[in-house]
Each structure stands twice: as C-alpha cells, then as structure tokens.
Design a protein. Structure first.
Length: 294
C-alpha cells in the first residue's frame, strides 16, 4: 500500500477502538482493489461525537465505520437510509455533497453468514437471544430471509416487549413471538429451530457461561466474537452438536458491504479475508459451505 498526497482516508470511530480488527481487513480490501486509500482507527470518546464528525468532514475523510458507543447517536447526526432507519442505528457513513450519508451494513453481514451456513430457513423457526442494539440488525436480516416463526428470548422483559412491538410494527409479515427466559422454553424451541442466534453480550468476559443448555440440530451463530473463536454461546452450541460460528465472519462481511458501498463496487472476497484473519489469530477455520470454494 502506498500513502501519498492523493491517498483517500477511511476509518472507524469508537471507544475503545484499539482492539478493532476493521483496519486489518479493510486495508486488505484496499490493497486487493489497488485503490489509493488507507483505513485507520479513530478513538472518539463518548462525548466527542459531534466535534469528531466536524473534524472528519473538515479533513476530507471519505467514509468511516461507527462502532460502540456511537451507533445510535451517529444515526441522529447523519442522513440515514431506509435500512438504517428501520434498525435505528448506523455503522457506515460516507461523504456526499449533501453532508454525511449513512447506512447499516450489520444486517447484510449477518445475512451473508446465514446464507453461508446453507440452512433451510424459509418458513423455519429461529431462536434469537437478546433484545439490544444488535438484535435490531439481526431482526432486519431475518425478516428479509422470510423465516417462519422468530422466537425472541431476553433477560429483561421490558426490553423484550419493546423489541417485539417494534418487530410487529416494522415487519408485519414476520411472526415474532416472545420466549420466557427459562430453560424449559429454550428446550422447546431448540427442538424445532435449525438456527439459534445470540446477540447478548454474555460470554464476552472470560469464564462466563451461556445461561442455558442448548440442544437440537442445525447451526448457531453468535454476533460477538472472541479472538479464539470460542464464545460461551458457540461452546454451548457445539456441546449440543450444532455447527457454530462466532461473530468474526459477520464482522468481516459487514465491512465488505461497507467497502462496496463506499466505492460503489462489488463485494470484496470475504472468505479470503476470513481465512487470513483466522490464520493471524491462530484459530481453527470456521465452516461456511456457502461462502465459495477453497
Ligand atoms: P448491543 O448493542 O451489543 O446489542 P446492548 O444494546 O447493550 O448491546 O444489549 C445487550 C444485550 O445483552 C441485551 O439483550 C442484554 O439483556 P438485557 O436486556 O436483559 O440487559 C444482554 N445481556 C448483557 N449481559 C447479560 C447477562 N449477563 N445475561 C443475560 N443477558 C445479558
């Protein structure tokens, strides 16, 4: 990669952002495309979003990703497209003549990984754990995949009700049902659901266990990742004999969708990028049969 006076700058804003893998794969995408661009991380403190947006604009930054804790506030401060408006958060922003334009590619990242798992999902039951910000992007993707019944299970019942209300209003064709936060209820839905999804942050801390024993057949997908690939959720799912992937492929895929949106080009090769990062992290390659030949 060459950096010169014509290099276009992209980046990610978040707090903390030092652990982010985005610069690694985004610079890989840039290198493979031959573009004169670079992607860096910008640590932006929670109360610094507004001056940061002005500063990025003044410096001519062409586009950036947004991560925790700015996704919801950035939504308010940019011109969000229809997908981002349904999700209520943005993760990708680009410069336009009319100011900062924004979208949300998390749902595309999720959908691409689900497609990579090659499960028969049309009309099928899906069990979703969590009712926070990430669950809204997952919901958007599942609605587009025309799944049958979506059971949502969350510890805090008020947040669960709010998500169910939102889902019923935004996606009337999707059958969305609340599920009690208890083992028996989880067992019942596991028996029929080929896909389980976790969007809770349980298991991000060392030693934390997933609150339920999982069962049934099919796959399980975590929206969060750990460098070793073993989240509490993927461990619980593998224990049940399910194929399980953590959030790394989804992370790479949402980044590839952001790259395509910034540059108005085709999606870069996510599988090559995934294998490269897995190797760098020293972890076992995950199985995504629908992500192309190797
Ligand atoms: P994100 O934007 O990553 O979704 P969030 O909006 O803070 O983050 O949501 C976090 C999710 O993880 C919520 O579903 C939360 O459940 P509650 O609504 O019950 O708080 C869930 N979560 C976090 N820690 C949890 C724990 N120890 N046990 C169960 N659920 C947990």
């Amino acid at each position: 990669m060459k950096i010169d006076a014509m290099t276009t700058l992209y980046g990610i804003i978040g707090w903390p952002v030092s652990h982010s893998l985005s610069p690694l794969f985004q610079n890989g995408f840039i290198e493979h495309s031959g573009k004169n661009a670079a992607y860096v991380s910008f640590p932006v403190a929670p109360d610094q979003l507004e001056p940061a947006l002005d500063g990025l604009w003044a410096l001519g930054v062409a586009g950036f990703n947004v991560t925790v804790p700015h996704k919801e506030q950035a939504f308010v401060r940019t011109q969000a497209d229809a997908d981002a408006r349904l999700i209520g958060a943005v993760n990708t922003v680009r410069r336009s003549d009319a100011g900062w334009q924004a979208t949300n590619t998390d749902w595309q990242g999720f959908r691409s990984v689900v497609e990579g798992l090659q499960l028969p999902l049309q009309g099928a039951d899906v069990l979703l754990f969590g009712a926070g910000g990430t669950s809204r992007a997952v919901l958007h993707a599942l609605a587009s995949l025309q799944v049958g019944r979506l059971f949502i299970c969350n510890r805090n019942p008020d947040r669960l009700t709010a998500l169910i209300d939102h889902a019923r209003q935004a996606y009337p064709a999707l059958s969305c049902l609340p599920l009690a936060w208890e083992q028996q209820a989880v067992d019942r839905v596991c028996a029929t659901a080929p896909l389980l999804v976790n969007t809770t942050s349980v298991g991000l801390k060392d030693g934390q266990q997933f609150p339920f024993v999982l069962s049934g057949a099919g796959a399980a997908m975590d929206a969060v990742y750990r460098p070793d690939g073993d989240t509490a959720f993927t461990l619980a799912a593998r224990e049940a004999g399910r194929m399980a992937v953590d959030g790394l492929p989804m992370l790479i895929s949402q980044g590839a969708a952001a790259f395509a949106w910034w540059h108005d080009c085709a999606m870069p090769d996510c599988l090559a990028s995934l294998r490269h990062i897995e190797e760098q992290l020293g972890r076992t390659p995950c199985h995504l049969p629908g992500w192309g030949r190797e």
